[in-house]
Design a protein around this ligand. Structure first.
Ligand SMILES: *Cc1c(COP(=O)(O)O)cnc(C)c1O
Length: 409
């Protein structure tokens, strides 16, 4: 819950200004209540389904821990995320291992840990998994990631379910992979997965993908191959600009309808963004103002290394002043200190008159914010703070200059 109270922006019961003063800027702040409310809403809509939180959206251990403690599983895409998920206490039996380029080492770590299933994305990966399983003398659970060739209607960089995307396999290939897995003593057929993109705002792409999955499940059944898990991925869109977006109750009904013929199969979903986006803000202070003959700029202390989404996808985040002022506004570009023209947080935004030292908040930055941040321009990464009621807890310290060079020789 991040909102104004008496014209002061607050994260739950702590003002943004107090957080910035105590922990410095740039600073990621998260509302615990918002994350928990989101998770509860999803649990209600998808009762009975296994909800595997996609760690990459926000992989801070304290954030993951909130969801883990309430029964969530984890959707991971690397050996690093596997280690993180295990360290955070997710039981391996609730971890699904996704990703188009898992190395043998990663497959081996996942198998040793005992993950619920591997979402396998190519025939060659299936062979690699079989080899690893034989070597470890331990059969590997397999789900095949279907590429249903549907357009999720989202940004080209985050659409993943088209035939020209690298993700998943087409129906014929999936069928062949299932047959191979079914015959191998070292592979166990577990389920079918799709994940068609991120920030999806309508039901139609899910309905089309689910229909395609259902067709494949029926063909498998004819061959005597039964599935335990039907994993319909994540990608649930959030409202960044007040636009209308997915309603999870309706989404749950759509997905369940597709599953109706297979009551024995468990539904699994892999939400990331939807759970954490609204819960986070990036706090940043104004350094300078400047104007050219064409543009007004507000230079702030957070850049594209801290929040990459605007530079990477042209993403739009609300940018607001921590102290609300009414009346006159001016249009400005909010830009960071990085030596790139693409380094902006907002463009042509109506903002109140600002002075150096004023605090701004980039809202809805809880997903793919810190987790995509880098040290580009040799900038130590920001600190992260989790707020619960009146309590603010540092959950990742600000990096130091030593952190920047630690691994170098
Ligand atoms: C990124 C990802 C997700 C989560 O996507 P969101 O848009 O954050 O919900 C789920 N599954 C897989 C396989 C992913 O790669």
């Amino acid at each position: 819950m991040i909102r104004y109270k008496n014209d002061r922006l607050a994260v739950e019961d702590v003002s943004a200004e107090a957080l910035a003063r105590r922990f410095g800027t740039p600073l990621y702040v998260y509302s615990q209540a918002e994350i928990l409310a989101r998770y509860a809403a999803l649990r209600k809509a998808f009762a009975g389904a296994l909800i595997c939180y996609a760690l990459k959206a926000n992989s801070n251990r304290a954030v993951c821990g909130l969801l883990r403690a309430r029964g969530a599983g984890a959707d991971i895409v690397s050996g690093g995320e596997l280690a993180r998920a295990l360290a955070c206490g997710f039981p391996a039996s609730r971890i699904v291992f996704s990703g188009v380029g898992k190395t043998e080492e990663e497959l081996s770590s996942g198998l040793k840990a005992g993950v619920l299933t591997f979402n396998v994305e190519s025939f060659e990966e299936l062979r690699a998994l079989e080899k690893v399983a034989r070597r470890l003398r331990r059969p590997a659970p397999v789900s095949v990631r279907l590429n249903p060739d549907v357009d999720a209607g989202t940004h080209p960089h985050i659409t993943t379910g088209r035939a020209d995307n690298k993700f998943g396999v087409e129906e014929g290939e999936a069928l062949a992979m299932f047959e191979r897995a079914d015959q191998s003593p070292w592979l166990r057929v577990k389920g079918l997965q799709f994940h068609i993109g991120s920030q999806i705002e309508t039901l139609a792409p899910y309905a089309r993908a689910a229909a395609s999955a259902a067709r494949l499940v029926a063909r498998l059944e004819e061959k005597g191959i039964k599935l335990e898990l039907l994993d319909f991925g994540g990608g649930f869109g959030v409202s960044y600009r007040g636009e209308k977006t997915l309603e999870v109750g309706a989404l749950a009904r759509t997905l369940r309808k597709a599953l109706a013929p297979w009551p024995q199969a468990r539904l699994l979903i892999e939400p990331g963004r939807w759970l954490v986006a609204d819960a986070g803000a990036l706090l940043t202070r104004v350094l300078y103002k400047k104007t050219t003959s064409r543009r007004r700029f507000v230079v702030v202390d957070a850049g594209m290394n801290d929040l990459a989404r605007p530079a990477l996808y042209g993403a739009w985040h609300p940018v607001v002043a921590a102290r609300r002022r009414r009346g006159k506004t001016m249009k400005a570009d909010v830009v960071g200190p990085i030596c790139e023209t693409g380094d902006y947080l907002a463009r042509q935004r109506a903002l109140p008159p600002l002075e150096a030292g004023d605090l701004l908040a980039v809202l809805k930055a809880g997903a793919y914010g810190f987790s995509m941040s880098s040290q580009y321009n040799s900038r130590p990464r920001a600190a992260e703070v989790l707020v619960a009621g009146r309590k603010a807890r540092l959950i990742r310290r600000r990096e130091t200059i030593e952190d920047l060079v630690r691994a170098e020789r």
